[in-house]
Ligand binder design. Structure first.
Ligand SMILES: [Zn+2]
Ligand SMILES: [Zn+2]
Length: 145
């Protein structure tokens, strides 16, 4: 799917979940999906503020919250205090680099047995694995020094 198709799909899904398709929502989504680096709200604002008139950090926060509620983006659990966002919403896991902070998608699908939790009355919606360590790029840079 190219970017244009992804945006069309986004609009369709948004309408289906009763979310109004506004230029700002489309812009925020487009930014997340085209960057592919799991940006935080602050990072999104930094790159959008020159492209969209009158956008504020508050608007970005609000937009992300409504997109998240509609299931169009999800939060990436990281070890840092900032919340990062992902436009890829099907279950997948992440690798966080402790050195540079980059967040990578991994195809690791954990086999987690949630029977015990369900028996205790928890309703499990999703499981995710967070791997962390030193990424490829940082490893190479360190070796060069
Ligand atoms: Zn790194
Ligand atoms: Zn991801």
């Amino acid at each position: 799917m190219d970017l244009k198709e992804k945006i069309e799909e986004f609009k369709r899904k948004a309408r289906m979940s009763g979310l109004k398709v506004t230029p700002q929502r489309v812009a925020v989504y487009r930014e997340i999906i085209s960057r592919n680096d799991h940006p935080s709200a602050e990072e999104l604002y930094e790159s959008l503020k020159d492209k969209i008139d009158g956008i504020s950090l508050t608007t970005v926060y609000r937009t992300l919250a409504s997109l998240e509620k509609a299931g169009l983006v999800m939060r990436v659990p990281t070890l840092r205090d900032k919340v990062h966002y992902d436009a890829r919403v099907e279950p997948h896991s992440h690798f966080v680099c402790l050195n540079c902070g980059r967040i990578y998608d991994t195809e690791i699908v954990p086999e987690v047995n949630t029977d015990k939790l369900e028996k205790e009355g928890f309703k499990v919606l999703n499981c995710t694995v967070l791997c962390y360590g030193i990424c490829n790029r940082c490893k190479v840079e360190n070796e060069e020094v």
